[in-house]
Design a protein around this ligand. Structure first.
Ligand SMILES: C[S@@+](CC[C@H](N)C(=O)[O-])C[C@H]1O[C@@H](n2cnc3c(N)ncnc32)[C@H](O)[C@@H]1O
Length: 274
């Protein structure tokens, strides 16, 4: 029994190596129990005899690889995640964007949309919403459907309200949603200038002429090579003087394109295209 479990652990290591070499997605340092659970679930669904057989399929069938990446897709998100970052957006980035006749924002890897609605609220409060268009994308179509609906559990709204206030919100957060049973439905006037669509940063094309790109907590599991590819995509998608916002644990410092950006707010991981 123990021997079998040790063999499975070795197969999993090889499997993760195969995914990394094939796609650049790096789950090798990912919590072992969580990885094991996801891989064994996919194994049970797909009917392969063992992980090695499934590995052969991953290496030879891109569609199957996509399925696996979705299994690993971590969609954890929240509104006003890292309140100090949103405070910085409010205080230092939006005033720069205010000078523009029209503002284009891209949320790449927006998950279930909480980040997008947080941005919409900031834009509303700075009187910028009517002059803005927000593109919200993710490679996982299921989360995009949820994002479009903008329905969240009331349980979490308490936490989001605190985040909104910590991020400098002075109004009433309750004005932005309607409560129905145990859910909160984000208002339509926040949704009307948001376009939700599926888009894969690794395989799809760039979006043009953006003033601000948010790609937070998406590239953490990307190899350096993959990060480079995505950062180059952002570089071509941004206007000169446009902003790129990454997650707290992410940076462009080691990428081949870092010289094309300046640190606008280093601690908050806000970069500006030179
Ligand atoms: C942890 S969530 C981050 C959500 C949000 N940006 C935040 O910071 O709260 C990461 C999201 O990135 C998406 N993602 C992963 N790889 C992607 C890719 N290649 N293209 C687009 N989205 C991707 C996942 O589906 C997931 O929804």
């Amino acid at each position: 029994m123990e021997e079998k479990s040790a063999a499975i652990d070795i197969e999993i290591k090889l499997f993760l190596e195969a995914i990394y070499l094939k796609s650049g997605y790096d789950f090798r340092e990912y919590a072992p129990e969580s990885v094991k659970r996801r891989i064994l679930r996919r194994l049970a669904f797909s009917g392969f005899e063992n992980i090695s057989a499934m590995q052969h399929r991953v290496l030879n069938d891109n569609h199957f690889l996509e399925l696996l990446l979705q299994d690993f897709s971590i969609n954890v998100t929240q509104m006003f995640r890292d309140a100090s970052f949103y405070k910085a957006l409010r205080k230092s980035v939006l005033p720069v964007l205010k000078e523009k006749p029209f503002i284009k924002i891209w949320h790449a890897g927006c998950s279930t949309g909480e980040e997008v609605y947080s941005m919409a609220i900031l834009l509303k409060e700075k009187d910028l919403y009517e002059n803005s268009r927000i593109y919200a994308t993710d490679s996982n179509i299921d989360v995009i459907h949820k994002a479009k609906k903008g329905i969240y559990s009331l349980d979490r709204i308490k936490e989001y309200t605190a985040g909104y206030q910590r991020a400098g919100g002075k109004g009433s957060f309750a004005d932005y949603y309607t409560a129905s049973y145990d859910m909160a439905i984000m208002n339509n006037n926040l949704k009307k200038n948001i376009i939700f669509s599926d888009h894969n940063l690794v395989t799809d094309f760039s979006f043009g002429e953006m003033d601000l790109i948010m790609c937070r907590n998406v590239m953490i599991y990307f190899s350096m090579e993959l990060q480079n590819k995505v950062i180059s995509l952002f570089l071509t998608s941004l206007k000169k003087g446009g902003f790129l916002c990454l997650g707290a644990k992410e940076t462009i410092a080691f990428s081949s394109y870092s010289e094309y950006f300046e640190n606008f707010m280093k601690k908050e991981k806000i970069f500006m295209k030179k």
